[in-house]
Design a protein around this ligand. Structure first.
Ligand SMILES: [Zn+2]
Ligand SMILES: [Zn+2]
Length: 305
């Protein structure tokens, strides 16, 4: 079905010096709309088309709520500076208060998904979240921010997590990007969360550089290629892809820690989206998991898959 293959990269243009930024902040005003458009495009002749359309509907709802929400509140600056010395990300998910703006974001997202066509199970899950009181909603948000989704309530938590993607992208966009410091290869420098996937990009001055994209806040951070983001080894890595599928999406598999992270070759296809194409390439996850590797990246839209 697949053979280990060495990653192929285009050479940098002569005279162009790679100087990738350490961190690229998200643009919440554009992020979710672009993701929705990409998901729609991916539905063509796709086995998962109904699900991709559902996730696209959710992304459009995410997009619609961004503009009308009140400005989120960052943790106090003295706390951010104090904890940065201990390697803590400024909006570390364990620390950010679940405040009125966070709760409001969830409420708005639930309202905006009222007309989304969805399977009965998803509709029941949405109704379940709507029926929750504030204490229960706070508990669900806390689960999402701890990457701890109760197995029997994954569908409910997908709605909560989608709302928190909006909230955290808006928080991350407020951070002074030049002050963000790496907190580890596999952790977002803004919120400390895991990546969804990584992409080798063709941006100006970042030709052939790899960036991980945060599953929660969509901040991107630079990690050199051919390096396991879970255990930071550079040894024993190999690359798998599904035979017959586009070779722009591969799984970087680590034999040291037996995990994998998808790597998107956005140099070849700049439209690849860290979340949308991750969902659409779920077949690669099945194949790689079958070979004994665990997923190091997170994507709530693949939770329970
Ligand atoms: Zn993040
Ligand atoms: Zn590893």
């Amino acid at each position: 079905m697949s053979q280990p293959v060495a990653p192929q990269f285009q050479p940098m243009h002569i005279g162009e010096e790679a100087d990738p930024p350490a961190v690229v902040p998200p643009d919440p005003a554009a992020l979710f709309g672009a993701r929705a458009a990409r998901l729609r495009k991916l539905t063509a002749d796709h086995q998962l088309a109904p699900y991709l359309n559902f996730v696209a509907d959710l992304a459009e709802a995410q997009q619609r709520i961004v503009a009308g929400l009140p400005k989120p509140t960052l943790p106090p600056q003295d706390e951010i500076e104090r904890d940065a010395g201990h390697g803590m990300a400024p909006i570390a998910r364990a620390r950010v208060a679940i405040d009125d703006v966070a709760l409001n974001t969830l409420e708005r997202f639930l309202d905006e998904t009222a007309d989304v066509a969805m399977p009965d199970s998803a509709a029941a899950a949405r109704d379940g979240v709507i029926a929750c009181d504030e204490t229960e909603r706070r508990a669900m948000i806390a689960n999402v921010l701890a990457d701890s989704l109760p197995v029997e309530e994954i569908a409910e938590h997908v709605f909560v997590a989608a709302a928190m993607q909006v909230h955290f992208a808006r928080l991350a966009a407020l951070l002074p990007v030049e002050k963000l410091k790496p907190v580890g290869d596999g952790a977002c420098p803004a919120c400390g969360g895991p990546p969804a996937t990584s992409s080798v990009v063709n941006w100006s001055r970042s030709q052939a550089s790899r960036f991980c994209c945060c599953a929660t806040c969509s901040t991107k951070w630079h990690v050199v290629r051919v390096k396991c983001v879970a255990c930071s080894t550079t040894k024993g890595l190999h690359y798998l892809h599904v035979e017959g599928a586009a070779d722009t999406i591969k799984a970087e598999c680590c034999d040291e820690c037996k995990t994998y992270l998808k790597i998107f070759h956005a140099m070849k296809d700049p439209e690849l989206d860290p979340i949308a194409d991750d969902v659409a390439s779920a077949g690669l996850d099945l194949m790689v998991r079958d070979k004994g590797y665990g997923r190091s990246g997170f994507n709530v839209f693949l939770a329970g898959f």
